[in-house]
Design a protein around this ligand. Structure first.
Ligand code: UDP
Ligand code: GLC
Length: 384
């Protein structure tokens, strides 16, 4: 089967990293069509996945956009749509990985008479999207998609609650290759020395810098922790959230934490950095659709504290394979960090348990098989 994957982003967020794992087994039978140029294209090339940037014109529909600008940008999509319709003739199936990809993919699926699969990486709720964006996504998915792959129960439930047809959905978690998360002690020591973290209690945060990812919650919590607790913030503002970055730096200065917070920017050595942390925190203020970083922390054998909402509740059982805290509550987060600081043995037991569970439950080979079976079913059903 030949698959045309579509993704709007030029930068590698979680949905894009997940797409790499899904597209890779198809080799030359896949093409990833992007709606923006950038480092994601380079990453796909490094993985030998065929990729083409289909437009360089920025598509302006924002997560919170209103009706008129949304319609205006639909008109701008026409040249892109024509390209995708032509390309789709050479493929058996269109696989839309993001919302704008769904818009283009849905229309192209109708015009090119190819089945459409929508990989839903978002919680389609008012906490994340405007009413108009929600309506467009649900309507197009209901009308044109043969299958909606939700990245968690939380995303599936929000889809159905917003009017999506539940019979279209299948829940498939992101997959990971646990080998990629095995880090040697020598690597850990090297990175700790490079970052001057040796001897400190290091709390990591791995996420793009964005208000809803809640880095400010960790900084506020850090002010309530003893001085040996240091934080590394790994990630960059991928989608233009520069004001938030400034606010974070100001918050660090206001709290006098300049020597205890390091901003590392976007990094490609996530497993090594995660293994060098004593603890990893996830602090999203809106429900996290899935939360790759939570599973990655587990695979690295580093204890995770996650915000209790959305997909995180499916990944973490409090006190068993990690910890859950109330979102947007720095005091509670600080309390749990302080407990972890004192209870080193319990932490190791929990982290080891999490590591072995995660490598079984999120095995990329098994997850790719499940996806392949679903795609084959869609393909078999469609007579064209
Ligand atoms: N990530 C990365 N480099 C960074 C920060 C994050 O490669 O500097 C990766 C991280 O390891 C994870 C992904 O980006 O695999 C983020 O996915 P997640 O599902 O946690 O959140 P998203 O940003 O997709 O909402
Ligand atoms: C999205 C979600 C994130 C999820 C990722 C992969 O980017 O925000 O929670 O882990 O997709 O499915």
């Amino acid at each position: 089967m030949k698959i045309l994957f579509l993704d709007q982003s030029g930068k590698p967020g979680g949905a894009e990293l997940c797409l790499i794992d899904i597209a890779k087994p198809y080799g030359d039978r896949a093409l990833v069509g992007l709606f923006a140029d950038g480092t994601f294209k380079t990453l796909l090339q490094q993985h030998s996945i065929p990729v083409e940037v289909l437009t360089t014109q920025a598509i302006q529909v924002r997560k919170q956009s209103k009706l008129l600008p949304a319609l205006a940008s639909l008109i701008l999509l026409i040249p892109l749509l024509i390209k995708v319709v032509k390309l789709a003739q050479k493929y058996d199936l269109i696989y839309a990985n993001t919302q704008k990809a769904l818009v283009v993919g849905a229309l192209a699926s109708f015009l090119a008479r190819r089945p459409l699969v929508y990989h839903l990486h978002d919680i389609l709720s008012p906490a994340h999207f405007s009413q108009i964006n929600l309506r467009v996504a649900i309507t197009l998915a209901n009308l044109f998609a043969s299958l909606v792959i939700a990245n968690s129960q939380a995303s599936q439930q929000a889809f159905v609650q917003a009017g999506g047809k539940s019979e279209l959905t299948a829940i498939i978690y992101n997959g990971f290759d646990s080998k990629n998360y095995q880090v040697s002690d020598a690597e850990v020591q090297k990175i700790q020395a490079e970052l001057e973290l040796t001897g400190k209690f290091v709390v990591g945060h791995f996420s793009r810098l964005s208000p809803w990812k809640g880095q400010h919650i960790l900084i506020a919590a850090l002010a309530k922790c003893p001085p040996q607790v240091t934080a590394i913030l790994v990630g960059d503002a991928l989608f233009g959230e520069q004001d938030y970055v400034k606010e974070l730096h100001q918050q660090v200065i206001d709290l006098g934490l300049e020597h205890r917070v390091k901003f590392l920017g976007f990094r490609s050595d996530i497993p090594q950095l995660m293994a060098a942390c004593n603890l990893i925190t996830h602090t999203s203020t809106a429900p996290e659709p899935f939360g790759r970083v939570i599973v990655e922390a587990m695979l690295c054998g580093t204890p995770i504290i996650a915000a209790k909402a959305g997909g995180a509740r499916e990944l973490v059982e409090h006190g068993v394979n990690g910890f859950l805290v109330t979102p947007e509550n720095p005091r509670e987060l600080a309390q749990v960090i302080n407990t972890c600081l004192q209870e080193k043995e319990i932490m190791t037991t929990i982290a080891n348990h999490a590591q072995s569970l995660a490598s079984k439950n999120f095995d990329v080979a098994i997850i790719n098989q499940q996806i392949a079976q679903l795609l084959q079913k869609v393909h078999n059903k469609m007579a064209y």
